[in-house]
Design a protein around this ligand. Structure first.
Ligand code: PGA
Length: 260
């Protein structure tokens, strides 16, 4: 059976205008179609170099999701959508927050939870992340749980220790069997994100083994992924990639998909 892989584009807080988001999306779809023509397959089930099926997921800012889902339908494209975050309660008096049910009703299938930028700038703890994971699963979303060590942890050899705590506390109260089916993990070394310093694939393979020993689910790599290195992570056993900066550059993003 052909293995399914995930290429997830995290647009973060970009671009600034709806028209730009629509143009970016349109260009990705047409670029993929061009490639798909050569691959003789539909772009939503893109056949990569290794003959794996790639699910391509775009995570735009909340405010663009509705328009892009509509555009997706209009273009007859089949890319999937995810949110970059959600709240830990379903509804109520929580000014400014977005419920996972809202995210789901807009047409998202995924939600990124616990991204290191949320942990860093919005003080998200493992406890908060645990609540967000639970409510997302209840809403029928597939959470993408981000874990990763910072530079100091890496330098002092504490990577596994940090990941162990993030997994233990983030997944507290979950039943492993059920979880495995409905959760994706993204290993993103914090020091590799947005720096151009991706983590050496050989080194990530040890971390991948460490994670897979603890939870039997899909694991992605993220952190300065580019088209030249992308395929290496798949070779060491990752189930896909979480792509930040490069997902905003159409040609590079498509090259990444092609090269895995
Ligand atoms: P990057 O971001 O690819 O720009 O390093 C990855 C991420 O934050 O998910």
């Amino acid at each position: 059976m052909r293995k399914e892989i995930f290429i997830i584009g995290n647009w973060k807080c970009n671009p600034l205008k709806l028209a730009q988001a629509q143009n970016l999306y349109r260009s990705i779809v047409s670029g993929l179609r061009k490639e798909a023509k050569e691959n003789r397959t539909k772009q939503h089930s893109f056949k990569t170099k290794n003959k794996k099926r790639a699910r391509i997921v775009i995570c735009p800012p909340f405010v663009y999701i509705n328009d892009l889902v509509t555009l997706n339908k209009k273009l007859g494209a089949d890319l999937e959508f995810g949110a970059q975050n959600c709240f830990w309660e379903e509804s109520g008096a929580y000014t400014g927050e977005i419920s996972p049910k809202m995210v789901k009703s807009l047409g998202c299938r995924y939600v990124i939870i616990g991204h290191s930028e949320r942990r860093l700038y919005f003080n998200e703890t493992n406890e908060i992340i645990n609540k967000k994971l639970k409510i997302s699963l209840q809403a029928g979303l597939i959470p993408i749980l981000c874990i990763g060590e910072n530079k100091k942890d890496e330098e002092t050899g504490k990577t596994e220790e940090v990941l162990k705590v993030q997994l233990q506390e983030g997944l507290r109260g979950f039943e492993n069997e059920k979880l495995a089916k409905n959760l994706i993990i993204a290993y993103e070394p914090v020091w590799a994100i947005g720096t151009g310093n991706f983590c050496d694939p050989e080194k990530t393979s040890k971390v991948l083994y460490f994670i897979k020993q603890r939870i039997n689910t899909k694991v992605l790599y993220g952190g300065s992924v580019n088209s030249k290195i992308a395929g290496e992570y798949l070779k060491v056993g990752f189930d896909g990639l979480l792509v930040g900066g490069a997902s905003l550059k159409v040609k590079e993003f498509i090259k990444i998909i092609k090269n895995v």
